[in-house]
Design a protein around this ligand. Structure first.
Ligand code: SDX
Length: 376
């Protein structure tokens, strides 16, 4: 007899070699390496190599991976014209979902989904996604597009294309830590979406498009934008307590808190909190960080007993703001990074596939007579 788990809560629906989460202790490991170590010592390129290959690269392997990724920074000219025609009011996550799908038009073999082809498509989309985001942002602002610079790393190059000038090492490193900490996280909703789609032996572009669509939801990756909107709504530190208490009284969700798996503070939130504090002080945004700390103190007092703690989105909002990113680019940042995890899961699914097809429990009536329309 099958059991019904609403939202598949607690159900194991896949096996993975990439990330492991201890929700009780608040631990995250990528291929067995603690996220704190990777955030402090690794780079996004090295982290994606680790996720895709199950081991840290040797120097020559990282050089080759980095060279290959940078060779895919450029987008087809036809897509630059396409971007110029997208209305500037379009939400960047709708743009990204659409254009990742459109990248399949310029792939001579869009449907090849053997593991080698899937990996090739994955590294191409991973390289091109930041260029799509930066090109759209500059286009909607009426600014000249900035061509990618293959001399620059993933994070440096993105900030360069976005702002038209190379970032400081501090900003590039901070952004890279954001990319590392967002890269993979077990079978979260968007990763599950990608695995469900590729399990029909559809194609990588369809699976990634589904994942982007899932991630934009405010209960998932969209929460970082919700956190920033909340911080902007609270005028001063003195207004934090009444604001939060009112929302809790109305049973409203506080964005950036709670998690289906973590019942302790998300280890990524701890890493991002350090970044947010430093960047807020460096950029004159201390009020944002102080409001965030105050929210965390109140939530600790009010709902920690229910296992509700800050998740990855809570401090990423302040971090992205201090790096200079516009609010509606926060979730696209999450997507750019998670393309690494999604692609790894697509490759894992293809390597040991079984079509996802759960059951639905029918709760309606049986043997209902057909009534002719004249008699209804
Ligand atoms: C991400 O899955 C992943 O790994 C996701 C992610 C990743 O890296 O891929 O970690 C990224 O999506 C992080 C989560 C970002 N979302 C938010 O910050 C949105 C706000 N959070 C909530 O909506 C909620 O916490 C979820 C959706 C994240 C998890 O919800 P669950 O597991 O379905 O928990 P639930 O809705 O059953 O809540 C249990 C209780 C409820 O209270 P009661 O009805 O039992 O009294 O906790 C309360 C909820 O009301 N609760 C909250 C809350 N989250 C849960 N109360 C206030 N504020 C919140 N944020």
């Amino acid at each position: 007899m099958s059991t019904y788990a609403k939202g598949l809560e607690g159900i194991i629906a896949a096996e993975t070699n990439m990330s492991w989460i201890d929700g009780t202790k608040g631990i995250l490991e990528y291929v067995g390496i603690n996220i704190d170590e990777l955030a402090q010592k690794s780079t996004f390129e090295e982290t994606v190599y680790l996720l895709w290959n199950g081991k840290l690269p040797k120097i020559n392997e990282l050089d080759e991976f980095t060279r290959e990724l940078r060779s895919h920074y450029r987008i087809p000219d036809v897509m630059k014209e396409r971007i110029a025609r997208i209305p500037k009011e379009v939400e960047p996550m709708h743009m990204l979902r659409t254009l990742i799908s459109e990248l399949s038009f310029y792939d001579p073999n869009p449907n090849d989904n053997d593991v080698a082809s899937a990996r090739q498509k994955a590294i191409r989309v991973l390289g091109q996604a930041p260029t799509l985001v930066a090109a759209f942002d500059r286009s909607r602002k009426g600014l000249e597009l900035v061509e990618p610079d293959t001399e620059l790393g993933f994070s440096q190059n993105f900030l360069y294309m976005l702002n038209g000038k190379k970032p400081t090492d501090t900003m590039a490193k901070a952004f890279d830590i954001c990319m590392i900490t967002h890269a993979d996280h077990g079978l979260n909703n968007s990763t599950f979406a990608a695995r469900v789609v590729i399990s029909t032996l559809s194609d990588v572009y369809s699976a990634l498009t589904a994942a982007v669509g899932s991630l934009r939801g405010p209960l998932h990756g969209g929460a970082n934008e919700g956190v920033m909107k909340m911080l902007n709504e609270i005028p001063t530190i003195e207004d934090v307590e009444p604001y939060i208490m009112n929302k809790l009284k109305n049973k409203e969700r506080i964005m950036g808190f709670g998690h289906r798996v973590y019942k302790a503070k998300d280890p990524r939130a701890k890493e991002l909190q350090k970044l947010a504090k430093q960047l807020a002080e460096d950029t004159g945004n201390s009020d944002l960080f102080l409001k965030s700390k105050k929210i965390e103190e109140i939530m600790e007092r009010e709902v920690a007993s229910k296992g509700i703690y800050p998740n990855v989105d809570f401090y990423s909002a302040t971090t992205y703001h201090c790096i200079g990113l516009q609010l509606d680019l926060f979730t696209p940042m999450f997507a750019m990074s998670r393309l690494g995890g999604w692609s790894g899961h697509i490759i894992e699914q293809l390597s040991d596939n079984r079509l996802f097809r759960p059951k639905a429990q029918f709760v309606g009536e049986h043997n209902v007579p057909y009534i002719p329309i004249q008699e209804r």
